[in-house]
Design a protein around this ligand. Structure first.
Ligand code: FRU
Length: 485
């Protein structure tokens, strides 16, 4: 069957072949979700960066389309322009003038990365437009549209700011730990509004900013502004990770609440980066939907998959939960995912369950004296991935040090740790296992761990475990259908 290669995810997006990194241009437009992505059309490692493309009606079943915007070589200078990360907007009112009278289309805003002989020369922002629902793009003849003569200046995320009927762009100066906000009426001329940063985590350069309104968990008619930044991991700068800021945007300036509370991390897994949100989700839906790259720059180009490399996380709904410490992001897999469930698999402790390699598990701990408890995904002789809770440390951990092939890179074997308190004595883990990808939503998405594993065996079994006492738990498991069949 299609996509039955070792490690190929069954219900996460991966490119048909070749290298992929960041999601780009996430957009809902005329009934379709668009996923563009950083793509190398010529190989299984980073290079020749172009925008790959896929579309979906439900955020889960994707149709692969041809490369949307390709790297190109300037004939006169011989310089190459790679198409780095960026966003796409629905220009329904034809503010750009790119489209025939009384019609609109998609405009992509990306970083044009100029290089020569593998030497990075400059980065500026450029645009391209499509009048046929993203199938064909034309590069604007007067590109770039925003040039500060900087070597590092990238990842424009543009959205429509309805109160003032204008476009707003977030973009970063990575090595200065700064986001900048620009505005435009026509997507062609841009004026600086304000700057933000450095603040929070500055252990690694800042990339892929996204300034977006996020609904409150208790009342989704109310929203606050959140600025997402890709930079460093909570366990230190060996790995990339993401932080976020919560506050207000007045059309000009983003002001974070309680500036002393940062950094706040979006994820505790090692395989989560460059996540951004979909533009133009219909008002009546009202969700803010985030999608991330499920890989890590530390070892990502060496993962033992072929002929593709990298997948995306599940699309996630994000909300803000009011806590005594302040507003915090919670993440949930999109509700559409429930449609992929097959029959639930019966489980009787202390036995094993054999759910295949694509499944979902809901694990609830209600009480007990055990010091550690949780789930083991057993994939071979002395080979397992442990997802557990350490009561004393008050953290959920994911241990992949014996998860299979961990030797392909020295930074790969690792234990991730996410803070988690028992709530009325309870712990909830909502776990998605998809061949080589694991996503663990802790306590209804208060924290998340996304990690890759590369087991040696074709059979996975699942078992509960406890150490140093008793644990009263409940486990439900569902097999999940492949979205590629
Ligand atoms: C983030 C990133 C972006 C850049 C792209 C290049 O992973 O480094 O800053 O635009 O990847 O592929």
């Amino acid at each position: 069957t299609r996509y039955s290669e070792p490690y190929r995810p069954a219900f996460h997006f991966s490119p048909d072949h070749n290298w992929m990194n960041d999601p780009n241009g996430l957009l809902f437009y005329e009934g379709e979700y668009h996923l563009f992505y950083q793509y190398n059309p010529f190989g299984n490692k980073w290079g020749h960066m172009s925008w790959g493309h896929a579309v979906s009606n439900d955020l889960l079943h994707w149709e692969h389309l041809p490369v949307a915007i390709a790297e190109y070589i300037d004939k006169a200078s011989g310089d190459s322009t790679m198409i780095f990360s960026g966003s796409a907007v629905a220009d329904v009112n034809n503010t750009s003038g790119f489209f025939p009278k009384d019609s609109g289309g998609i405009v992509a805003i990306y970083t044009s990365h100029i290089h020569k002989n593998n030497q990075q020369l400059t980065q500026h922002q450029s645009i391209a437009y499509s009048a046929d629902r993203g199938r064909a793009f034309t590069r604007y003849e007067n590109n770039p549209v925003l040039d500060k003569k900087l070597k590092d200046f990238r990842d424009p995320k543009v959205f429509w700011y309805a109160p003032e009927k204008k476009w707003v762009m977030s973009v970063v100066i990575p090595d200065k730990f700064k986001a900048q906000f620009y505005t435009s009426k026509n997507l062609k001329e841009w004026t600086l509004l304000s700057e933000f940063g450095p603040l929070g985590d500055t252990a690694k350069i800042w990339e892929c900013p996204d300034l977006v309104e996020v609904p409150l968990l208790d009342d989704s008619s109310k929203k606050k502004w959140v600025l997402f930044i890709s930079n460093s991991h909570p366990q230190g700068p060996t790995y990339v990770g993401m932080q976020y800021f919560v506050g207000n945007f007045d059309g000009k300036k983003f002001t974070p609440e309680n500036p002393t509370q940062y950094p706040l991390y979006l994820e505790y897994g090692k395989d989560f980066y460059a996540a951004v949100t979909f533009n133009n989700i219909p008002q009546k839906d009202g969700r803010t939907i985030l999608l991330g790259w499920a890989n890590n720059w530390a070892y990502g180009q060496d993962i033992p998959t072929s002929s593709w490399r990298s997948a995306m996380t599940l699309p996630r709904e994000v909300y803000l939960k009011n806590t005594p410490q302040g507003y915090r992001i919670v993440q949930k897999p999109v509700k559409e995912i429930v449609a992929l469930r097959e029959d639930s698999v019966h489980y009787t402790p202390p036995g094993k369950v054999f759910p295949g390699k694509a499944f979902e598990a809901e694990y609830v701990y209600t009480s007990g004296t055990a010091a550690k408890f949780g789930l083991k995904i057993i994939t071979g002789e002395d080979e397992q991935t442990i997802i557990g809770y350490d009561k004393k440390k008050e953290e959920v951990f994911l241990d992949r040090t014996k998860s299979g092939n961990v030797a392909f890179h020295q930074t790969f074997p690792s234990v991730e740790r996410a803070p988690a308190k028992l709530q009325n004595g309870k712990l909830k883990l909502h776990v998605f296992v998809d061949n080589s990808i694991i996503e663990v939503f802790i306590n209804d998405g208060e924290n998340v761990i996304t990690d890759q594993i590369f087991p040696s065996s074709a059979e996975y079994s699942l078992e509960q475990f406890k150490e140093g006492g008793e644990a009263v738990t409940n486990l439900r498991v569902w097999k999940i259908k492949s979205v590629w069949l």
